[in-house]
Design a protein around this ligand. Structure first.
Ligand code: ADP
Ligand code: MG
Length: 678
């Protein structure tokens, strides 16, 4: 491995001295070797450690003492094997901290930087892509080799590549942060198996995605639901949450194959962002044009209607057999010049946001001429163009930007991949339009203190009193209520609140009260209240639950029942949920999740994304809901999560949304705090 790596360093012409270090060799691949790092004649910026695992720790220690700035440990046999390996890895981290060194790896493929002033190929992959705007991060080393090879063959210019391996020190987040500031990087491609620090990742992505697209291939669904199914929010998060939607909210473009990673990367690295989703298709053959049109529609692009001016302009140079409607079919006789003029004309049409150009090679016309013509026609239009030279993938000679891969027009083997890439660019561009939407402001005196340990159950659920205190501190309205210990107290509390009232069992072991007959609605007199109290006590006895009292609540008869929740996802950190459907919410799954913190745009979009939110406008004669108060509630919950990292889970179910102007009332709430806090 070391030999291969050293060979690549020399072959790719690293712009600086390379010192092979080996305790027993006088020279390595004809280069004079050194016995130890400490005897090297000059300062060292980067050490590549490719010695057997049992010597790697000592090697890093040597580097630290010799003042080496950073190291890449390609050697395997660390945390991934557990036991002694994990200890070795901990030692690496300790040494790195001690000597203020950054370490990439261990168990990785290495790093690569194509910048002409660096030209570093410190990987054991042979391929060395040309310089360009794409940065690539791979969590899998094996995949990295294939990726570099493919990128090189497609002609994708790369700024740098890092295989992060076990990421004992340098993490994916560190790299995103670095590439966010790297002037040579315009687009980031990530192959991830897991996210190290999800909260940090989504925050970073949302921030850096405003200027540079981040495209990620990430396997795995969220697992919050299976872990914490005790709340509705948790259960729904595991089953119905669209993971794509969360990535999308963070501005991360999520793809499902490596092919798509490149397809999207090629487009975003080279083309301007579109202003909308209206696409025009230009082709020299009918079949591929139809395929392209279908694919565009499938991916949510809109086949635009060309203006009369555009059609007239096309008619001036296309044969009468050509079809001037979108897709524009110039038929097989179209030569390079027709392509140039048609591309120019179509991009000139204000109703065209994106252009897909298809070329099926007929006998008469040479592909390179057409490629040049497309690039010329597209120059300066400021709109994204994807081409499809049927069967050929990657950047073709002639498609512009001869000197630098950053200005080329990407080519796809088939129209479907081009359509998908264009659609992703449009979605990302739309996200950028909302990226600056602010977090909604909440007026609040001062955040309340976190609950103490004795206000929580074994698993962290807060007592009803503590739950009420927190909601109250955040200005979240709950019904007037009191806790009764006996029937007389129940009756007097009810009389004070005013009838009718609702009565509920309070017992730590009972999670869903109505499931066990622990909720009694609509009691209208002191007598009814006393009787219900006795019934509830008997109910608790039957269940063998220890009764902490009976909650007497004002009966909120009106209102649309909604659920608002918070859950913590291991991949994304805290999520807010909104849903409608009352007791059927889990059955219907009509909910929307958003990453915390939500922006004003997120709040609106999460309400709009719930199908049943039409109910809020008043449906079939039913009164509408107080939308403003609902937004405010979501903003307050959002603020609560911001103030308290310990808040693990929250279920406001149901929230009664009263008619406009009358607010929202949370009639049932459960909050779980991180068990170790407090
Ligand atoms: P749980 O969710 O533990 O079963 P809830 O307190 O949510 O218990 O009560 C069950 C249902 O009873 C609620 O979904 C709601 O429809 C109704 N309900 C509960 N409290 C009130 C109230 N104060 N006013 C009106 N309806 C209520
Ligand atoms: Mg409930």
């Amino acid at each position: 491995m070391g030999g291969e790596l050293f060979h690549n360093l020399l072959k790719c012409g690293f712009n600086g001295p390379v010192y092979p270090v080996n305790p027993s060799a006088d020279y390595v691949q004809s280069v004079r070797a050194w016995r130890s790092v400490r005897g090297l004649p000059g300062p060292v910026d980067l050490a590549i450690i490719a010695v057997p695992a049992e010597h790697a720790v000592a090697a890093l220690e040597d580097c630290g003492r010799a003042g080496v700035g950073a190291a890449v440990v390609v050697t395997a046999g660390f945390k991934e094997i557990g036991g002694a390996g994990a200890e070795r890895e901990a030692a690496l981290v300790r040494i790195a901290r001690e000597h203020d060194m950054r370490v990439v790896g261990p168990n990785c493929l290495g790093v690569l930087n194509t910048h002409p002033s660096v030209s570093l190929n410190a990987t054991f992959a042979e391929a060395f892509p040309e310089p360009g705007p794409v940065a690539f991060l791979s969590q899998s080393g094996a995949l990295g080799v294939a990726v570099l090879d493919r990128a090189t063959r497609l002609g994708i210019g790369m700024s740098s590549f890092v295989s992060i391996g076990n990421r004992c020190d340098v993490s994916g987040n560190d790299l995103i942060e670095y590439w966010g500031q790297d002037p040579d990087t315009r687009v980031m491609l990530l192959y991830l198996e897991s996210l190290g620090n999800p909260r940090h990742f989504t925050r970073l992505a949302r921030n850096i995605g405003r200027t540079k697209p981040i495209i990620a291939l990430k396997s795995g669904r969220t697992v919050a639901g299976s872990r914490a199914a005790a709340s509705h929010t948790g259960a729904l998060a595991g089953t119905d949450m669209a993971v794509d939607a969360l990535f999308a909210q963070a501005g991360v473009i999520r793809v499902s194959t490596i092919e798509e990673l490149f397809d999207t990367g090629m487009l975003l690295a080279t083309q301007p962002l579109p202003n909308g989703r209206r696409v025009a298709i230009l082709t020299n053959a009918g079949g591929p044009g139809i395929l392209a049109a279908d694919a565009c529609e499938q991916y949510g692009l809109e086949l635009t209607e060309l203006s009369a001016d555009t059609r007239a302009a096309l008619a001036r140079f296309l044969p009468p057999e050509a079809s001037l409607k979108n897709p524009v079919d110039m038929i097989a006789s179209a030569g390079a010049e027709s392509y140039r003029r048609a591309v120019e004309t179509l991009l000139h049409d204000p109703a065209v946001d994106l252009l897909l150009v298809i070329f099926v090679p007929p006998l008469m016309t040479a592909a390179p001429d057409v490629a040049r013509a497309i690039a010329e026609g597209a120059a300066g239009a400021g709109k994204p163009v994807a081409s499809c030279f049927m069967g050929a993938h990657g950047f073709r000679t002639g498609l512009g930007g001869e000197g630098s891969s950053a200005e080329r027009i990407p080519s796809y083997a088939f129209p479907e991949s081009a359509a998908q890439a264009l659609s992703r660019a449009a979605t990302y561009a739309r996200w950028r339009g909302f990226a600056d939407s602010p977090v909604p402001g909440v007026s609040l005196a001062a955040p309340p203190a976190a609950p103490s340990r004795h206000d929580q159950s074994e698993s962290g659920w807060l007592s009803p009193g503590e739950t009420a205190r927190l909601l109250d501190a955040y200005g979240i309205r709950t019904p007037r209520s009191g806790v009764a210990r006996d029937a007389d107290e129940a009756a007097s509390i009810a009389a004070k609140l005013g009838f009718p009232v609702v009565m509920k069992l309070i017992a730590r072991d009972i999670v869903h009260k109505s499931d066990v007959g622990g909720v009694v609605l609509d009691r209208r007199s002191e007598d009814e209240t006393r009787r219900a109290f006795t019934e509830l006590c008997e109910r608790a006895k039957q269940l063998g639950a220890e009764l902490d009292g009976v909650l007497i609540q004002e009966y909120v008869k009106e209102g649309i029942e909604a659920v608002v929740g918070v859950t913590n996802d291991p991949n994304f950190g805290p999520l807010l949920m909104f849903g409608l459907g009352g007791v059927y919410v889990e059955l219907l799954g009509d909910v929307a999740f958003r990453l915390h913190p939500v922006s004003e745009h997120d709040v609106d979009s999460m309400i709009a994304n719930v199908h049943a939110s039409k109910l809020l406008e008043g449906y079939r004669g039913a009164p509408p809901g107080d939308l403003e108060a609902l937004r405010e509630l979501l903003a307050r919950v959002n603020r609560m999560v911001s103030d308290h990292e310990g808040l693990e889970e929250m279920d406001l179910n149901p929230v009664k949304i009263l008619p406009p102007g009358r607010g929202v009332v949370v009639v049932d709430a459960r909050i779980r705090w991180q068990s170790r806090v407090g």
